[in-house]
Design a protein around this ligand. Structure first.
Ligand code: HEC
Length: 142
């Protein structure tokens, strides 16, 4: 190998490394703006489908349904202290923990997932709508 070709090789790897860094940072930025977009859509969907029955700000009063601040990660039927007497016994006994999977199933068809729940909501058909809403609920206490 001549001196020249070694130098050329080094340059090649330098450029390659640079390209990798650029691609990785692009992926990170795209992912971030993606979840931001999800949250915004989620907020709109929440206003449309859920806000008649649920408040989301910390300390706001329960409506027909419990306040949902901090719902992500909590156990079903324990979320709102002031709603304890109004939760259905089926949701309290379900012992479900609200994560992306359980929320997805619940929002798709509440009565299928928790039979006899008091949440009289038909459900959201579109997977992308449910994903956006879940991302929004998740962001509430962050
Ligand atoms: C017609 C009123 C109504 C609408 C609309 C509604 N909910 Fe509910 N929601 C309730 C009630 C009532 C409960 C309590 C259910 C029970 O006790 O079985 C509840 C419970 C919940 C829970 C579980 C709370 C806990 O503490 O475990 C979540 C999560 C939830 N709703 C999310 C939503 C989302 C997201 C939407 C919009 C897509 C929505 N709800 C639309 C009335 C409603």
């Amino acid at each position: 190998m001549t001196f020249f070709s070694i130098k050329k090789n080094k340059l090649f790897y330098k450029i390659l490394r640079l390209k990798i860094v650029i691609i990785l940072s692009l992926i990170v930025t795209l992912n971030q703006s993606d979840s931001e977009g999800f949250k915004k859509d989620g907020e709109k969907l929440f206003k449309l489908h859920c806000s008649a029955c649920h408040s989301v700000k910390r300390g706001d009063k329960d409506k027909v349904g419990p306040n949902l601040y901090g719902i992500y990660g909590s156990t079903a039927g324990t979320q709102s202290y002031s709603f304890q007497d109004r939760y259905s016994s089926s949701i309290k006994q379900s012992k479900v923990v609200w994560d992306s999977k359980s929320l997805d199933l619940f929002l798709k068809n509440p009565r299928d997932f928790i039979p006899k729940t008091k949440m009289t909501f038909v459900g959201l058909r579109k997977t992308s709508d449910r994903n956006s809403l879940i991302e929004y609920l998740r962001s509430l206490d962050q």
